[in-house]
Design a protein around this ligand. Structure first.
Ligand code: SF4
Length: 283
């Protein structure tokens, strides 16, 4: 993809949604860190439900440390891997209290030294809480970057590095959210909503979903496997190792009804800049 096309894609994303937000609810960097830690292999909706009950009880490192693993487990029991996450949260809180004056550090090195905090979580916190142009490449961003041709790569690190190099500087700060929301609601794994995609004429995906009633010789079936557009990746698997089916189920979990009419409505709203926001409206 040439740089003019790439710039036009982000110009449109910005026009449609000038201030994209994470869908995780949070009010402080610490709440964001905890929410992102809990969100691994879980939906934002499920995390928001848990933190809506947990944070009013305790939303500081010392507060959660006082609750302990047994104290926070009942709040996060509905989230996958809750036992391991509870332990990581408490261990992280202890380190924040002992080594960081109960604050969330704003460097990658310090963040990744925290239990349960990997590169992706660190990138989300650096970008969303501290305004750094970091790129947290998840399964959605990996898929969109590869399908469109914005930044192709065999693995998430490759795509992350290319995005940081190729996305025009003026769009770098928000690129992560635009790409994620586009992948979650429009360019979905199983059946991308190409007919309603605002960058369809710029996207270089070879097997776009045809406009209903106007077959273009390429069936949407051809794009049903997320791995189709994953260079070098095994067919049907995304960068997190999920199968296409699992990716689709994840999408379904985010929107509640998969590729239903409700999802399609949401896709159009997202394209128009009405994405759901956090509880404080500035997440
Ligand atoms: S045209 Fe289709 S494949 Fe390309 S970004 Fe849009 S939804 Fe995704």
């Amino acid at each position: 993809m040439n740089k003019e096309k790439r710039a036009e894609i982000f110009r449109r994303f910005k026009l449609a949604n000038p201030q994209p937000r994470t869908e995780l609810a949070y009010e402080t960097p610490f709440e964001l860190l905890i929410a992102v830690m809990l969100s691994a292999q879980a939906t934002d909706v499920s995390v928001n439900k848990a933190t809506a009950r947990l944070f009013p009880i305790a939303n500081t490192p010392q507060g959660l440390l006082d609750l302990g693993v047994d104290g926070i487990t009942p709040f996060i029991r509905t989230i996958g891997l809750f036992n391991a996450k509870a332990r990581n949260v408490i261990d992280t809180c202890r380190i924040l209290c002992e080594q960081h004056d109960s604050s969330v550090p704003n460097t990658r090195e310090s963040l990744e030294a925290l239990p349960g905090v990997g590169r992706k979580t660190a990138n989300v916190v650096l970008n969303t809480a501290f305004g750094q142009p970091a790129m947290a490449v998840d399964t959605h961003i990996f898929r969109v970057a590869n399908r469109t041709g914005i930044a192709t790569g065999k693995n998430v690190l490759e795509v992350e590095r290319r995005l940081l190099r190729l996305v025009p500087a003026e769009y770098l700060l928000n690129a992560h959210h635009w790409l994620l929301l586009h992948g979650r609601y429009v360019c979905q794994a199983r059946k991308p909503d190409c007919p309603n995609c605002l960058i369809s004429d710029l996207c270089e995906f070879r097997t776009k979903t045809p406009v209903p009633g106007k077959p273009d010789g390429q069936s949407a079936k051809a794009s049903r496997t997320a791995g189709d557009d994953t260079p070098g990746g095994p067919p049907g698997r995304d960068p997190d190792g999920n199968t296409a089916g699992k990716g689709a189920r994840e999408d379904a979990g985010k929107s509640g009804k998969g590729t239903s009419s409700r999802t399609r409505l949401r896709a159009r709203r997202t394209a128009a800049g009405h994405s759901a926001s956090g509880k404080n409206g500035n997440a």
